[in-house]
Design a protein around this ligand. Structure first.
Ligand SMILES: NC(=O)c1ccc[n+]([C@@H]2O[C@H](COP(=O)([O-])OP(=O)(O)OC[C@H]3O[C@@H](n4cnc5c(N)ncnc54)[C@H](OP(=O)(O)O)[C@@H]3O)[C@@H](O)[C@H]2O)c1
Length: 267
């Protein structure tokens, strides 16, 4: 282990790593010397390209494997299938970045189908639970582990129009992390939630440009987030110096640490 490659000898699993925040997180951990496993749902070519690029830039092994958290339990791309695929690559995952999230309908509360609300929360939490419980004991045995769950400021409100399913699921994730930190961590092993504010990615590209512009003006740091802003915090959480930061929800939003009530912005 060296000062600038502190993750040398460690393995990181990053779900939803083919683009956006997950891909940036994979880059940060590869740069720190970790062997990296990224998952993709549909963009296999993008994930393979990323793996090749990180491998050549940082001289670490990088693997791309399929994972779809909406897949039925018996499917090879389910959480169970992912755990089996990972076991064929490595004897132990030291860092889990649970970044992938299920799709959700953007709908006013009165038009949100109960079944789709339940599916979003169920798929996000079930996949997180499967990965956390499959990996935590190995981390405890080895005395080092970082479980980093990617939440959202929407977990904490005020509320963004049409985002009920996402906000409820991310709030459930934050509650889940508190229980996981209580039961499944110990010296050297932590679980924390990173709550990004608005980050320019494909997932946020549907928003009208007036929203990021207004958010930048409201943000103490004077801009909105980029995937690398979240990746930097993911990297920070893996450091030995962060071993006592446990069970926390960390807003990463340039100081705009509560989402604004979009409804009142009159955009
Ligand atoms: N962007 C924001 O403003 C923002 C703010 C707060 C929180 N977040 C959270 O940050 C995380 C990443 O978001 P992002 O903006 O980086 O998204 P993104 O750019 O759209 O990337 C999504 C990633 O997840 C994968 N994915 C999509 N559906 C999946 C599924 N059903 N099962 C497994 N993987 C799936 C995609 O794979 P393919 O490319 O192969 O389809 C891709 O790698 C999410 O948890 C999101 O809720 C984002």
């Amino acid at each position: 282990m060296t000062a600038h490659r502190p993750l040398s000898g460690r393995t990181a699993l990053i779900t939803g790593g083919s683009r956006g925040i997950g891909a940036a997180g994979a880059g940060a951990l590869a740069a720190m010397g970790a062997t990296v496993i990224v998952t993709y749902r549909s963009a296999r070519a993008a994930a393979d390209d990323l793996a090749r690029r990180l491998q050549s830039e940082h001289e670490v092994p990088v693997h791309a494997v399929p994972f779809d958290l909406t897949a039925p339990e018996t499917a090879p791309e389910s959480a169970g299938g992912l755990i089996e695929a990972v076991a064929r690559i490595t004897t132990g995952v030291d860092i889990l970045v649970a970044n992938a999230a299920a799709p959700y309908p953007r709908a006013p509360l009165l038009e949100l189908p109960a079944q789709q609300l339940a599916a979003k929360v169920g798929q996000d939490i079930a996949a997180t639970h499967r990965l956390v419980t499959a990996l935590a004991l190995g981390m405890l045995e080895r005395g080092y582990g970082r479980m980093i769950l990617i939440g959202s400021l929407h977990a904490e409100g005020p509320c963004a129009p049409g985002m009920t399913a996402n906000g409820v699921s991310k709030a459930a994730l934050a509650a889940y992390a508190r229980y996981a930190a209580d039961e499944l961590t110990g010296p050297g092993v932590t679980v924390n939630v990173v709550h990004p504010g608005y980050v320019a990615t494909e997932a946020s590209s549907h928003l009208p440009p007036a929203i990021p512009t207004a958010l930048a003006a409201l943000t103490p740091s004077g801009r909105t987030g980029a995937p690398d802003d979240i990746a930097g915090v993911i990297g920070m959480l893996t450091r030995d110096e962060a071993a006592f930061l446990n069970g926390a929800c960390i807003p990463v939003a340039g100081g705009l640490n509560q989402p604004v009530a979009f409804r009142r912005l009159n955009l």
